[in-house]
Design a protein around this ligand. Structure first.
Ligand code: C2O
Length: 345
């Protein structure tokens, strides 16, 4: 079914917004983005080497030293630079708490709990990755993915305990070597490591296979211009493991389980980017399981567009239709087993 108009943010409207618990938050950029020059997105040249994202539990020390240097440099940039780490985190706050109004509409723009969930987060971490690569002078740099759907990856990767990867606002009972409960809902499962792993694999099978047989079940409901608030149907994986792990990682001592547990603060924790790399990867896995047919051909989705700053701090306008082909975007994922694929409950 097609119909409805594409969504886009009105950059002149950034304003105070509300946290998940309804507390006022302000995450707008210091300078009005509507006064910056904007270019339309162009794919990187096909001759540039591909960035291959690897599982976080398998990366080596040289890679980690580079990645860590990138995060440190990002944190050191002035906040007037949109590539600054906190500014990067605030993009998530802006789009996930409704800090922009939609173009030609008085409705707020929010990208969660709908069919914008996968492509918008893909783009956010895509530009983040390119910025890191630029800061460390490596145009093959690729983010790691937190492979929490695979037993050896079911703990917070150890390196998040070091240097600029640390976030003190995490639930201390969930730090390594605690096995993650990927369907966590504020209550401890009480399972031992073996049972938790079992339960996680069955859960993955449901969220990726048996419970995700229809496009809307996986991608989330259709949301078009002016309809903010009307469509409220997150996809299987968005609810959990996605939301569940945000909550699980965030601090039990903070009112909204900040940082990871709340939209406005989630991307302040460096683990956010590896979490979302895995979400992004699972989108491609789900797509492959259905034979790589385009999941959505509705122009209201394909023509919706967003803005991000690229590695040169240039504001770029990009449509969802340009976010669908990883090859063209210049990155990919190292293949790994899908142990849940045969874990029919
Ligand atoms: Cu916009 Cu992981 O959330």
């Amino acid at each position: 079914q097609t119909g409805g108009r594409p969504i886009a943010p009105n950059l002149a409207t950034c304003h105070k917004s509300l946290s998940d618990a309804g507390r006022p938050v302000f995450c707008c950029p210091p300078k009005r983005e509507s006064e910056e020059s904007v270019i339309d997105f162009k794919f990187p040249s096909p001759s540039t080497p591909k960035r291959i994202r690897r599982p976080a539990h398998l990366v080596d020390d040289d890679y980690l030293a580079k990645y860590q240097r990138g995060v440190t440099l990002m944190k050191q940039l002035d906040t007037s630079d949109p590539r600054n780490f906190m500014r990067q985190a605030n993009i998530h706050c802006i789009f996930c708490t409704g800090a922009y109004t939609q173009v030609n509409s008085s409705h707020l723009l929010n990208i969660h709990r709908s069919w914008f969930f996968f492509p918008w987060h893909r783009l956010m971490i895509y530009f983040h990755e390119r910025i890191l690569g630029k800061l460390i002078g490596d145009d093959t740099f690729a983010l790691p993915y937190w492979n929490w759907d695979n037993p050896p990856g079911m703990i917070i990767p150890h390196y998040y305990m070091n240097g600029s990867f640390v976030d003190k606002d995490r639930d201390h009972a969930h730090l390594p070597p605690q096995v993650a409960d990927i369907s966590f809902d504020y209550v401890e499962s009480g399972l031992g490591p073996e049972e938790q792993i079992e339960s996680n694999l069955h859960f993955m099978y449901h969220q990726m296979v048996s419970g995700a047989k229809k496009v809307e079940l996986f991608m989330g409901c259709k949301r078009t211009a002016g309809e903010e608030g009307e469509c409220d149907g997150p996809g299987t994986v968005e609810v959990a493991p996605h939301n569940a792990l945000h909550t699980w990682v965030g601090s039990n001592l903070q009112p909204e389980r900040e940082n990871m547990g709340a939209f406005y603060s989630a991307a302040r924790d460096p683990v956010f980017y590896a979490h979302h790399a895995n979400i992004d990867r699972l989108w491609t896995v789900w797509r492959k399981l259905r034979g790589n047919v385009p999941e959505i051909v509705d122009p209201a989705w394909l023509d919706s567009y967003f803005y991000f700053h690229d590695e040169n701090a240039q504001l770029v306008r990009i449509k969802i239709r340009d976010a669908l082909d990883m090859d063209k975007l210049g990155y990919g994922y190292e293949d790994i087993d899908l142990p849940w694929l045969n874990a029919r409950p």
